[in-house]
Design a binder for this molecule. Structure first.
Ligand code: SER
Length: 316
């Protein structure tokens, strides 16, 4: 039976936990992890893995054929901060990987596609409080432009060719299993590592920079939730707003101090501040809640406790 799931970018921050969740749910044989680099030993041991460059159309098609894949999660992407340094590489990876999968789906070779979008699709002219699903979108970063364009293509392939593609605009994601790489919201993960290791953190975003964030378990629940939903319930085929919590660096610092009273935060802002300044502070995700029953579970206090509890062993 043709029914395997392929995760492209399976060793990244989301991909790692998504792969583990899908293996647990469907059984390891049903899940094919792929990435341009290998994951850790346990990850490699526990299921199928293929080295894959997401921009290599033939290699992607070959894996889909060999493993009889019918569902693809395309998680490979270059994030906001790093994409500013490598614009054409970021455009190539973020766009062409999507085109390949949409075209393969258009040809009927896979049935369902998940592709992540981001709060980076919004820009400085977007209302920043409770940002609506449909609003002004003038992204000013390479990453944001690629995600916004990708959303347009997803909707186009759905409307024109009936491709069942589903998408979420992730906020900044917090996890302890795999670290993020090259994003503007990375501080919100680094801060826990530094708190445990050095008792202090120098933050590259300034005090008062409120951004939408989410604990990874919520993000995985949303990802699997939107893929589980009936096709007719997915009314938005560009990408859904998704919200968890919103906070600024000093809020994380305060929550850490409840566990590590001597923890100190200082500020040394860099170019990522100008990216954060164009992103919303909070997101209205009522469409996702209404259409496919999304709800989040983790607030900042619970995220901080989980992060510190799970990372403590690594640094003690
Ligand atoms: N967390 C991402 C970034 O900072 C946003 O999608 O780039």
């Amino acid at each position: 039976m043709k029914s395997r799931i392929l995760i492209i970018g399976a060793c990244g921050q989301i991909g790692t936990e998504l792969t583990m969740a899908l293996r647990a749910r469907f059984g390891a044989d049903k899940v094919v992890a792929s990435d341009i680099r290998e994951g850790d030993a346990q990850f490699m041991r526990e299921g199928h893995f293929e080295l894959l460059d997401a921009t290599d159309f033939e290699a992607v098609e070959d894996i889909i054929f060999r493993y009889k894949v019918d569902t693809v999660y395309l998680m490979a992407a270059m994030l906001s901060a790093i994409a500013e340094r490598f614009p054409s590489k970021a455009w190539d990876l973020n766009m062409n990987s999507l085109f390949h999968i949409l075209n393969i789906a258009k040809d009927g070779k896979v049935k369902k596609v998940f592709w992540p979008s981001s709060i980076a699709v919004f820009g400085g002219t977007t209302p920043s409080q409770n940002t609506p699903q449909t609003t002004v979108m003038e992204p000013s970063t390479v990453y944001g432009i690629s995600k916004q364009t990708g959303e347009r293509w997803c909707e186009y392939y759905y409307k024109k060719f009936g491709v069942d593609v589903r998408s979420i605009r992730y906020p900044g994601l917090i996890s302890y299993t795999t670290e993020p790489g090259g994003g503007t919201t990375d501080y919100a993960v680094d801060i826990y590592h530094r708190a445990l290791k050095h008792g202090q953190y120098r933050c590259f975003l300034k005090e008062g920079t409120v951004l939408p964030m989410m604990y990874m378990e919520d993000a995985i629940k949303a990802t699997i939730g939107i893929m589980d939903a009936k096709a007719e319930d997915i009314k938005i085929r560009s990408s859904y707003n998704l919200a968890g919590v919103s906070y600024a660096p000093e809020d994380v610092a305060e929550s850490i101090k409840k566990h590590i009273p001597d923890f100190k935060i200082s500020y040394d802002i860099d170019f990522r501040q100008s990216i954060a300044d164009t992103w919303p502070e909070s997101i209205d995700d009522s469409e996702a809640r209404k259409d496919w029953g999304w709800s989040h579970s983790f607030d900042l206090e619970s995220i901080t406790k989980i992060m510190l509890d799970n990372l403590r062993d690594r640094y003690s």
